[in-house]
Write a protein that binds this ligand. Structure first.
Ligand SMILES: Cc1cc2nc3c(=O)[nH]c(=O)nc-3n(C[C@H](O)[C@H](O)[C@H](O)COP(=O)(O)OP(=O)(O)OC[C@H]3O[C@@H](n4cnc5c(N)ncnc54)[C@H](O)[C@@H]3O)c2cc1C
Length: 607
């Protein structure tokens, strides 16, 4: 029998577990919340490729829990849960501690599935920051060896990366490596040439990135519709990944992959082998005494639409651990599902805490998918209707993910909600029938969305860079004014607000493909948005966009206008953009003058 004061325990602080805890805490949950997690740091897995390529830094994608949970009423236990006793409502940790729970949330994620002999021993995985560090270190070592290797055959094998698994992880990894591996090799070659004082010439075509898959790439995945886009992206990488389809991998050796294709056995020699061929149910979940008929075919816990286990109403499961019993097709194992389920569990626990019946059922809204296509480029698939490819796709991807960052930056999250909900979701019901005659062409909507996206990216980057608690929407102006001294290492801030020469340097060096160009692009897009808005009387239903674009502009313009640093040195071009923004805004305007609805959102950070 559990005591009525027993805490709610959450196992795993990933997308579902951490967000359950944060939402509970935000809503003033009356019971103690204990979050048990084996790592010190949250891992934002969808951005691991960006970390590998150097486009993002480790502190951005793996913030410390201690910082994320600072000032929150959540007890964090760093530890590994090794068993759950569903009958006595206790969890047992590896270090011998036990914890009694009133409610339990099982959110331990999934583990890599190895189905070929030797795969676990010889292949790298791509699930965590540690995996990425190990893989990157290994590939760079291979590059260094290859740079000094006289034999072309040996070089070629050192420089071959075999990726087993053509799902989204394998595809995104191959595409990212297609751009970044040549850079690593080139720098290894130039270091080797300096060291040996010789002129080494090495060919990028010695690099091979081979993606092996049993069937076609992205087959049966939520990203299936992006197959052709991914194929096109492969062709335009610095080194195009090769596909070996119809390859059933049987064994992985220390430097080769054995597989069967067209009924014959083949072997690929590779200096690096990465295993991305699917995930399997977490051992903790597998070990639970839950009967087969209360599990999915693959062993996940079946849950009710309330996300409760079928026979244990005080136990919830979410994310990669769970499958909803009534769903004909299991939801994809993705961060967007896990995140929404975390929020849903928090709502249900709140209702439970108030002893209200019945508990709400939730449906997860799939808002499209996003894939990285290479360095600085991505595709955003919005409602299976629009594909935004390239740098804008990348900006959307960044902001979508920044919005899922479990930091207190309300602005990014709120902006995300507005972009998704106001611009796209408002039309969800009429998914195939957006009324373009209402005043906006799709291109214009995309420009508006982009303006929001880019300005949001720019302003939130400042915060993401330091993962701090300081910024809420209303604090944005204050946080960004005097930004150069506050964020001395943030290149976006320096680009806009820094000393003229530094600013010029950053603006010149920020390629249009990099995120650091975001602010410059934001200003241009904002200008475009404003002229579109100025030309048209916005229809009622898109009125919010205008307010919101103005709000974003306001944030940027105010920050620029109030910066103490060499305002007079802003270039004529920048000045013109800022002047347009300021005129459009009327600078006497202050936050209290914003429309009430918008102000309320800004203040609460929630819809
Ligand atoms: C490389 C990669 C790229 C991805 N890209 C995307 C993408 O682009 N879009 C997308 O939507 N999804 C993506 N995913 C999938 C997405 O990350 C997962 O579906 C999502 O993280 C699942 O959330 P979760 O809460 O179930 O588990 P997780 O986020 O994996 O969290 C589980 C947590 O539990 C902890 N834990 C595990 N075992 C224990 C234990 N015994 N005791 C205590 N703590 C424990 C783990 O340390 C972890 O923090 C990607 C996954 C990977 C690996």
């Amino acid at each position: 029998m559990t005591s009525s004061k027993a805490p709610t325990i959450i196992i795993g602080a990933g997308f579902s577990g951490l967000f359950t805890a944060l939402h509970l805490n935000n809503q003033g949950y009356p019971h103690p919340i204990i979050l048990i997690e084996k790592s010190d740091r949250f891992c934002f897995k969808p951005l691991l490729y960006d970390y590998m390529s150097g486009e993002m830094q480790s502190y951005q994608i793996t913030p410390l829990y201690i910082e994320l949970l600072h000032d929150r009423d959540i007890s964090f236990i760093k530890g590994t849960v090794i068993s759950i006793d569903l009958e006595t409502s206790r969890v047992c940790l590896e270090d011998g501690r036990t914890q009694e729970y009133g409610n339990l949330v099982v959110a331990a994620g999934s583990v890599p599935a190895f189905f070929a002999e030797g795969a676990a021993e010889h292949a790298f995985t791509f699930h965590s920051k540690a995996d990425v560090d190990a893989l990157k270190h290994h590939i760079m070592t291979q590059c260094r060896k290859a740079a000094q290797e006289p034999s072309p055959e040996v070089r070629r094998s050192l420089l071959t990366v075999a990726i087993v698994g053509g799902g989204p992880v394998g595809v995104e990894l191959a595409l990212t490596l297609g751009d970044v591996l040549p850079q690593w090799y080139e720098s290894a070659v130039s270091v080797a040439a300096n060291e040996t004082a010789s002129s080494l010439t090495r060919e990028l075509r010695e690099i091979r990135i081979v993606l092996l898959n049993r069937s076609d790439i992205l087959n049966g995945d939520v990203n299936k519709s992006l197959r052709d886009t991914a194929m096109a992206a492969m062709a335009s990488r610095t080194v195009s990944p090769e596909l070996m389809l119809g390859a059933s991998v049987r064994a992985v050796r220390s430097n080769s992959v054995e597989f069967t294709r067209n009924s014959s056995s083949e072997c690929l020699t590779a200096g690096t082998i990465v295993w991305t061929a699917g995930t399997s149910v977490h051992p903790l979940v597998r070990a639970l005494p839950v009967p087969k008929h209360e599990r999915s075919k693959r062993g996940h816990l079946l849950v009710k639409p309330t996300l409760q286990l079928l026979s244990y109403p005080n136990v919830f499961a979410a994310g990669d651990c769970a499958v909803i019993e009534s769903d004909e097709e299991p939801l994809p194992a993705t961060a967007q599902v896990a995140y929404q389920q975390g929020e849903a569990i928090a709502q249900t626990l709140m209702v439970k805490a108030k002893q209200k019946d019945p508990l709400p059922s939730y449906t997860v809204g799939l808002r499209g998918t996003i894939m990285k296509l290479g360095m600085g480029t991505a595709v955003a698939n919005i409602f299976d209707r629009y594909e935004v490819v390239g740098t804008v796709g990348q900006a959307i991807r960044q902001v979508m993910y920044l919005g899922l960052m479990p930091t207190p930056i309300y602005n990014a999250r709120t902006i995300l909600g507005w972009i998704k909900d106001d611009i796209f979701e408002a039309h969800a019901g009429e998914r195939y029938d957006i009324d373009y005659t209402a005043g906006y062409e799709i291109e214009e909507l995309i420009i508006l969305g982009t303006a929001l996206t880019l300005s949001a990216t720019a302003v939130s980057r400042a915060e993401i860079g330091i993962i701090s608690d300081q910024l809420e929407s209303v604090a944005l102006r204050r946080a960004l004014a005097g930004a150069t001294s506050r964020y001395p290492n943030n290149s976006i801030i320096r680009a806009l607000f820094g000393h003229r020469r530094k600013r010029d340097f950053f603006l010149r060096t920020a390629s249009s493909n990099t995120l650091d160009g975001a602010l410059k692009k934001a200003l241009t897009k904002i200008q475009q948005s404003i002229s579109i808005l100025a030309e048209r009387t916005p229809p009622e239903e898109v009125c919010d966009y205008k307010e919101f674009v103005y709000y974003c502009c306001d944030c940027v313009a105010r920050a620029a206008g109030t910066t103490p640093v060499d305002k007079q040195l802003i270039s004529a071009e920048e000045e013109a953009v800022l002047a347009t923004i300021k005129t459009a805004l009327g600078l006497s305007r202050d936050y209290p003058d914003l429309p009430k609805q918008l102000r309320d959102r800004a203040l609460s950070g929630h819809r």
